[in-house]
Design a protein around this ligand. Structure first.
Ligand SMILES: *[C@@H]1O[C@H](CO)[C@@H](O)[C@H](O)[C@H]1NC(C)=O
Ligand SMILES: *[C@@H]1O[C@H](CO)[C@@H](O)[C@H](O)[C@H]1NC(C)=O
Length: 147
């Protein structure tokens, strides 16, 4: 009986720990970089082939993509500033968006750290700017496992 009780306590403690550690929506450290955008069609993608994953998505440059390890991970991307004189203040007031990594931004043509979908980019900045400075952080508590 005592050991059953002990097990119950142990599993309750584990459950509590897991609730605080596994499900608490904390984010990893912020990094800075640049963001560009790409336009539809968004398939095929390196992660999901012809499977449609919506428009709040992004292609990651090689370092982030990490041979596909980043597939299905979510990143919060925040517009920090412009990168060119043409559109000196491209950031919208609510300049932050969460996107899922679905693709690789090909090293030979990639011009940013994160290549957002046109829709994601337009929700944080003026698309006329083309490239923006961003800060970004990965959310560790959600990963789309269908890869
Ligand atoms: C964008 O980021 C680069 C690199 O950190 C920096 O040199 C540049 O000044 C930034 N642009 C603006 C407008 O802040
Ligand atoms: C951001 O703010 C602009 C202007 O207030 C608004 O039109 C737009 O819908 C907002 N975008 C998001 C993603 O909330």
């Amino acid at each position: 009986m005592a050991s059953v009780f002990k097990n119950f306590i142990a599993s309750s403690v584990m459950t509590l720990l897991c609730f605080s550690l596994c499900f608490y929506p904390f984010a990893l450290a912020q990094d800075s970089g640049t963001a560009t955008f790409n336009t539809p069609p968004y398939v095929p993608s390196k992660c999901y082939g012809y499977e449609d994953r919506g428009v709040m998505i992004a292609a990651a440059s090689e370092g982030i993509f990490n041979n596909g390890e980043a597939c299905g991970l979510y990143y919060q991307v925040t517009c920090v500033s412009g990168t060119n004189e043409g559109t000196p203040f491209p950031c919208l007031d609510n300049g932050s968006v969460v996107v899922m990594i679905t693709d690789l931004c090909p090293p030979d043509s990639c011009r940013g750290t994160i290549d957002l979908s046109q829709e994601a980019f337009a929700s944080i900045a003026d698309p006329n700017s083309g490239v923006i400075n961003i800060s970004y952080q990965q959310y560790v508590y959600i990963k789309d496992s269908r890869n």
